[in-house]
Design a protein around this ligand. Structure first.
Ligand code: CTP
Ligand code: MG
Length: 392
């Protein structure tokens, strides 16, 4: 037994969306708009009435079940108000009614809570609203012939600070909404929301804060926005991770000095590969961020095929491993500790080489250790890298 009904109107044709199916039955991110709209509505504990185009009742029942909703499904009418009226009739004897557009499929719980609270506190009609952000002007009706498109002359600015854009769910004392519908007469056909019919009775309508996510999916651009927000893995927000890597090589290799993917003057670094501590530190930072171990596990430290291998080879292998798990680098910062080479003299070149290698910005800095320790005595080079990686 519940005293509240939520009427979800989903009987529109979706002309402006232009998907060739009634809008609520168009797919977004792997589910219909109706399914997205119904998900999580069960928490309200209300009777849920879904109003759909004639012939879509069975489909809607399946969709509601998939959304975890026990819904009453009825056929709507030619106008939105006709559909609401059909829902009102099906809702039966309840105390409060919330009317909600299925097209506002991403509406979170907060506007529902605010509307329910206002009703519980005695309001007869409650609408979630948002301030108007754009400058608003009326068209003055004079058509002007233009070039590619018809031009229309504009009238005065309408002061927007006193304006609000209406959203749903709109909440009502059920008896009041029934009376508004019964007495609306000709105004009913043109009504784009329910509160305006209540207002015609001279009854006060109050507002609560709406929500940006409760935008109405009307055009293809709205559908794209909704789809981007609904994309799996954290509502379109990238999953981010950071990692750190350190590597040290002593001078004494027979080959050239390779560091940050560049060849430098002077004695080379020792190592099974080319000893490029910067590249190796980057590899460990990337693998560590993704939780994929370290460079030893990636290539096998003594693998003969990597004898003298360029640092770039390991970076590419690490990027392949990350890519296989959906990870891509966002940026990397490396610091080189050592007496030589002087990083500052070729910083731009090193950054460009590493950025090209990673396909993401890499910054390089250098420092000495004030003469302390093996690095300070010029016995080798140390590199410390941090990596930020992301996945959709
Ligand atoms: N609606 C309805 N019955 C109608 C018309 C509209 O139930 N006869 C519902 C829509 O399904 C939608 C809400 O009212 O959830 C808001 O309407 P709108 O965004 O205009 O949707 P459509 O009418 O489907 O779209 P269009 O106007 O582009 O055809
Ligand atoms: Mg419409």
């Amino acid at each position: 037994m519940t005293d509240t009904a939520i009427i979800v109107v989903a009987a529109g044709s979706g002309t402006r969306l232009g998907r060739g199916v009634p809008k609520a039955f168009a797919e977004l991110a792997g589910a219909t708009i109706l399914e997205h709209a119904l998900r999580d509505l069960q928490w309200v504990g209300a009777l849920i009435v879904v109003v759909v185009p004639t012939g879509y009742e069975a489909d809607a029942s399946v969709i509601a079940a998939r959304a975890g909703i026990d819904a009453l499904v009825v056929a709507g009418g030619a106008t939105r108000a006709d559909s609401v009226a059909a829902g009102l009739e099906a809702a039966g004897d309840v105390r409060f009614v919330l009317v909600h557009d299925a097209a506002r499929a991403l509406t979170p719980a907060t506007p529902f809570s605010r509307v329910l609270c206002a009703l519980a506190e005695g309001a007869g009609a409650v609408v979630p609203v948002l301030p108007v952000v754009d400058t608003v002007r009326a068209v003055d009706g004079t058509a002007r012939s233009g070039g590619a498109e018809a031009l229309q002359s504009l009238g005065a600015v309408v002061e927007r600070s006193g304006l609000r854009a209406m959203q749903t769910p709109q909440g009502f004392d059920a008896a009041l909404l029934r009376r508004a519908y019964a007495e609306a007469g000709d105004a009913r056909a043109a009504a784009t929301d329910d509160a305006q019919l209540v207002q015609m009775l001279g009854v006060e309508v109050v507002s609560v804060h709406g929500d940006e996510l409760a935008f109405k999916i009307t055009t293809a651009a709205d559908a794209d926005r909704a789809e981007a927000l609904l994309a799996p893995e954290g509502s379109g927000v990238d999953e981010l991770r950071t990692g750190i890597g350190v590597d040290v090589h002593a001078f004494g290799g027979g080959g050239p000095l390779m560091l940050a993917g560049l060849e430098w003057e002077g004695q080379g670094l020792a190592g099974h590969s080319d000893g490029d501590a910067v590249c190796h530190a980057i590899v460990d930072a990337l693998l560590g961020a993704a939780g994929l171990g370290d460079i030893g596990g990636l290539v096998g430290v003594d693998d003969p095929q990597y004898a003298g291998a360029r640092g770039e080879v390991f970076v590419r292998r690490a990027l392949e491993r990350l890519g296989a798990e959906g990870w891509a680098p966002v940026n990397v910062a490396v610091q080189v500790l050592g007496v030589r080479p002087r990083i500052g003299s070729r910083r731009e070149e090193a950054q460009a080489a590493l950025s090209a290698m990673l396909g993401a910005p890499v910054s390089v800095s250098g420092t000495t250790t004030d003469g302390l320790g093996a690095i300070g005595r010029g016995e080798g080079v140390q590199a410390i890298a941090t990596a930020l990686i992301r996945r959709r």
